[in-house]
Design a protein around this ligand. Structure first.
Ligand code: CA
Ligand code: CA
Ligand code: CA
Ligand code: CA
Length: 383
């Protein structure tokens, strides 16, 4: 990954306070700086505007720091997910109302019962078992979190097992999320870091306002390994990272990253790819469903794995990523099947789909069309 033209090689004192979780009172430990930040956030009137009454949502619960709408359980049961200290998850009841199930589902609090700073949420099936899992970023001296969706309505925090806990403890993580940077078919993780207080270095030596971003590689066995030090010059200079959007801006089949920094120009991290792995890219156009196909799910079976993506408009932190779904196929030169489930309920299956192409799929059309560009994609020019 490169910063401008560089290369990217794939390859405070704890205090006690109490929370009630599902009627059970639990003692939890939090760093006082974290608490102060979170309480300031909660008390900030800017975040308490626009509390319109909605079915099943009380005004007090409508202060999302980050929100997303996804399908977490059975097909066509999209739920809203939002984060503001206590994580809320809303299950669609199929009657125009949502029911809050965060505590019951196991993702309202961390494994230790703590609340989260939660600037970023990202949904992705990192273990390719067909169920969307959840990543949430957290504060300095608080590790980031990954929850595994068990497919039965419950989420287990498995951050320690994934190797993320130690590596994300001493940074303040903002935007980011899952993306497959090396196109091996397994979702990796990029996180932009940066503290919220410019004066933190005077108050707490050893903690910096500007921080290095983080890149983790998915090892296919449930573990992530940090690659930041070998990932190119985009990971050598500290910034105050905030928003992160993922997009394949040069249409070469390898997803790139843009980071919005406080007090600095944005970073455009070009993914140099070049490892020979194949890809598929789909732009969905709804006809009966919404035109951007928000909420559509794509399942690709290629090689020995099955991957899913959902077309979603949120995630990360104050950012909008490329709406196209990009799949890394590893060594597989074609996909055995590509299945689209549209928001309208229509299901379409394409078989034996040739890799290394950027396709358009129109709802209801049996043709796979190629995306049209003013200039040929770099990969095509090389061929
Ligand atoms: Ca999963
Ligand atoms: Ca952290
Ligand atoms: Ca990967
Ligand atoms: Ca690219």
């Amino acid at each position: 990954m490169e910063h401008d033209k560089g290369e990217y090689h794939p390859g405070p004192d704890p205090v006690q306070h109490r929370h009630v979780v599902s009627g059970v009172e639990a003692e939890i430990e939090q760093a006082s700086a974290d608490q102060q930040h979170r309480h300031r956030y909660k008390e900030n009137p800017v975040h308490q505007r626009d509390q319109r009454a909605q079915p099943g949502l009380s005004a007090a619960e409508q202060q999302p720091a980050q929100a997303d709408l996804v399908e977490l359980d059975a097909p066509r049961q999209a739920g809203a997910h939002h984060v503001d200290g206590i994580t809320h998850s809303y299950r669609n009841q199929h009657d125009g109302t949502f029911k809050e199930i965060g505590s019951v589902a196991g993702m309202a609090f961390t494994r230790q019962g703590a609340i989260m700073a939660a600037m970023c949420i990202s949904l992705g099936d990192f273990d390719n078992d067909g169920w969307l899992d959840l990543y949430i970023s957290d504060f300095q001296r608080s590790s980031d979190h990954i929850w595994q969706n068990d497919g039965k309505g419950f989420f287990d925090e498995i951050s320690d097992q994934t190797g993320l806990t130690r590596a994300t403890h001493d940074v303040l993580s903002f935007g980011g999320g899952f993306f497959d940077y090396d196109n091996d078919g397994w979702l990796d993780l990029f996180i932009a870091n940066g503290h919220v207080y410019p004066e933190v270095e005077q108050a707490t030596p050893g903690i910096h306002y500007k921080q290095i971003n983080s890149l983790f590689h998915n090892q296919h066995d449930g573990k992530f390994v940090e690659m930041s030090k070998s990932a190119g010059n985009g990971f050598q200079t500290p910034y105050v990272g905030r928003g992160v959007a993922f997009a394949d801006f040069d249409n070469d089949g390898f997803v790139d990253v843009v980071v919005a920094n406080n007090g600095d120009v944005p970073l455009l991290l070009h993914n140099s790819g070049g490892n020979g792995n194949h890809f598929l890219n789909f732009r969905l156009v709804g006809t009966k469903s919404n035109r951007d196909a928000m909420g559509a799910r794509i399942r690709v079976v290629a090689g020995s794995i099955s991957q899913i993506r959902e077309v979603e408009g949120g995630g990360s932190y104050l950012s909008q990523s490329d709406l196209r779904a990009n799949f890394g196929l590893g060594k597989a030169a074609r996909a055995e099947s590509v299945e689209i489930t549209w928001p309208s309920g229509l299901k379409q299956v394409f078989r034996n789909v040739e890799a290394d192409k950027l396709y358009v799929i129109k709802e209801g059309s049996e043709r796979l069309e190629l995306q049209q560009f003013a200039r040929q994609p770099v990969a095509s020019v090389k061929n």
